[in-house]
Design a protein around this ligand. Structure first.
Ligand SMILES: Nc1ncnc2c1ncn2[C@@H]1O[C@H](COP(=O)(O)OP(=O)(O)OP(=O)(O)O)[C@@H](O)[C@H]1O
Ligand SMILES: [Mg+2]
Length: 587
């Protein structure tokens, strides 16, 4: 919960209002419709006086025609206003939802990798689907509803002052009391609504995990465990929602009761004056009707306030993401890295995640076209090291240089254009195999795509599918083997044909039959490129010009296979571990 001392209209709320800028004309029309509706309510209250006094008491036949006619006109205008307001405000609301979703996605896509490591996918999804909807609800119902109610209140106040001013004054003394519970209920609703939104996000993250990782759930027989965990979450959400519902359900009756007191008093006081002959019956009934009608919009205002509070809580959640600062920024005057072979150098680079030192004083240079193998125990910092090259993260001290240029001075796009990456986990999208290979190079020709698939030893298995290259990855479900997925990723990197290559060799997910094929595919990929390969297999290391041993965030050994074997250090030990009884092991 945010502290109450903050100003009501924060910058983010102003930005939210700015979203309706393009729809100002529709908003204006809607406002006119609202005013028509409000005026018609006031007119109805006013018309009661001539209806009673002229038609019923004075029995004026002319008025018998005129007043029902006026009532019809008033109701026609009212219905017209109702339709216009409803339609136009929904339009503006839907447009806001669309813009807000786009803005969120736009922002999230541009945030650095570290953001995605901190936030759960499900939580982000719930921001875009659920929270945005609550905001729309606030804008199209609450904001406009409250505008309409304010207009109505103004119109009715006019009528009551016109009819009996001293009684109107009394109603005004009661009004502030009516607003008090609105404020109290609003605060509570905002608090519970925050809780609901958080629980919803948590649930969404949970669903994402247990569906995506369902294989493990089944393998470990955790179905009933996960079910129980889910039931607990729905129960928690249920309880929170009910707390909110309690407050919301309470707000109407409380307002109603206050209204009852007001009406009772008016009847008592006004009635005694009608009996004494001070007011006409029509004046009094018209006044009473206006007072009764007045309590309706005030009551609604209290409900709308609840919607507002929910919406404001959602606004905070959404804008927390929109306003997230990115630490990987495009330089003010970016230099373009040209195409062609490049050298890559780590110039005394240190890096830490938050407080955890992961890399220390790394000095390493790969000449153009050189293949460097990074080896070392798990958790030594190899993946972190290569993540600095495409600026997934920035070095804390020192600099990564391409052809001597600090990469932070280059345009991020031109930098990443020079780099092809095959990650430790193969990542494919729910699209055709063709588009997955062409990802990042969507304009590639059929020949180009098939040629890289051949070089990646993927063409054969792709053709074995009935739809070949047009097969959708999603349709295949989990049918692709680990090696097949990797070869698709290798084909994608080959198609990019970038001079710098980063290869985080997968240690897992490889079946023996495809191990050879992946190896051959990698050879094709590394040819003539400045390559950093995180190698777990000896067969990969054999192609390296130099081997670098990374442990505890430092480079502890560097050299060729023979050199490193002869000093009998860490590499010698690692090498020994991969050989058992003179036979090479896969991993
Ligand atoms: N986002 C992160 N936040 C904090 N610490 C992290 C983060 N990512 C990695 N680390 C830590 O940094 C260290 C180096 O991780 P890294 O992934 O670079 O190791 P690695 O050498 O690639 O290991 P492996 O061979 O298992 O892939 C590890 O101790 C890891 O726990
Ligand atoms: Mg790694």
């Amino acid at each position: 919960m945010k502290k109450r001392s903050e100003p009501f209209l924060k910058n983010r709320h102003r930005q939210l209002l700015l979203l309706v800028k393009d729809d100002w004309f529709k908003l204006l029309l809607a406002t006119v419709c609202m005013m028509i509706m409000s005026a018609s309510t006031a007119a109805t209250a006013y018309l009661i006086k001539p209806a009673l006094d002229d038609v019923f008491i004075n029995k004026d036949a002319r008025m018998l025609i005129l007043i029902p006619g006026a009532v019809l006109i008033v109701y026609f205008l009212r219905c017209l206003g109702m339709f216009g307001q409803q339609y136009l405000m929904s339009y503006v609301g839907q447009d806001i939802i669309r813009q807000l979703r786009n803005r969120l996605y736009n922002r999230i896509q541009d945030l650095p990798l570290s953001f995605f490591q901190q936030e759960k996918t499900g939580v982000l999804m719930s921001r875009i689907t659920y929270d945005v909807n609550i905001i729309r609800n606030m804008v199209s119902n609450a904001v406009t509803g409250s505008l309409r109610d304010c207009f109505t209140i103004i119109g009715l106040v006019f009528v009551i002052f016109y009819q009996i001013w001293e009684l109107a004054l009394f109603a005004f003394l009661v009004l502030p009391i009516a607003f008090y519970p609105i404020v109290i209920f609003g605060r509570k609703v905002r608090k519970y609504s925050s809780g609901c939104q958080e629980t919803m996000a948590d649930m969404s993250a949970f669903l994402h995990e247990t569906f995506a990782g369902n294989k493990i759930v089944k393998a470990f027989g955790m179905e009933s465990y996960e079910k129980k965990r889910f039931f607990k979450k729905t129960m928690r959400l249920f309880r929170l929602e009910m707390k909110e519902v309690r407050i919301r359900s309470l707000s109407s009756p409380v307002m109603e009761m206050l209204g009852g007191f007001g009406v009772a008093f008016v009847i008592f006081y006004g009635g005694s004056n009608v009996i004494s002959g001070k007011y006409s019956t029509g004046t009094f009934v018209s006044f009473l009707a206006a007072v009764i009608m007045l309590y309706e919009p005030i009551k609604k205002l209290s409900k709308l306030n609840n919607t507002m509070q929910r919406g404001l809580a959602a606004t905070d959640r959404v804008f927390d993401i929109i306003e997230t600062k990115t630490d990987i920024e495009e330089p003010a005057d970016p230099l373009i890295i040209p195409c062609g072979p490049h050298s890559v150098a780590f110039d005394n680079v240190s890096f830490k995640y938050d407080e955890k030192q992961v890399l220390e004083n790394i000095r390493l240079k790969a000449g153009a076209g050189e293949v460097i193998a990074l080896v070392g125990m798990s958790g030594g910092g190899k993946t972190t090291l290569v993540n600095l090259i495409p600026r997934f993260f920035d070095a804390c001290r020192g600099a990564v240089r391409i052809d001597g240029l600090d990469i932070r001075k280059a345009s991020i796009k031109s930098l990443r254009d020079q780099i092809a990456i095959v990650t430790q986990e193969p990542i494919l999208f729910n699209d055709t195999i063709r588009n997955n290979i062409a990802y990042g190079n969507l304009k590639s020709s059929v020949e180009q795509i098939e040629s890289v698939a051949k070089s990646a030893y993927a063409d054969d298995f792709i053709r074995s599918f009935p739809k070949g290259y047009e097969t959708n990855i999603g349709e295949l479900g989990g049918r692709l083997s680990g090696g097949e997925k990797q070869r698709l990723c290798i084909a994608r990197a080959l198609l990019k044909n970038a001079p710098i290559l980063i290869l985080d060799e997968a240690t897992s997910a490889l079946d023996t039959e495809s191990e050879m094929l992946v190896q051959k595919a990698l050879e094709n990929l590394m040819k003539g490129r400045t390559t950093f390969v995180i190698a777990h297999r000896l067969s990969t290391i054999a192609y390296a010009d130099r081997i670098v041993v990374v442990a505890g965030g430092k480079i502890i050994e560097e050299g060729t296979h023979e050199e490193l074997m002869s000093i009998k250090g860490e590499y010698h030990k690692l090498h020994g571990m991969q050989f058992v009884n003179g036979k090479a092991m896969d991993r």
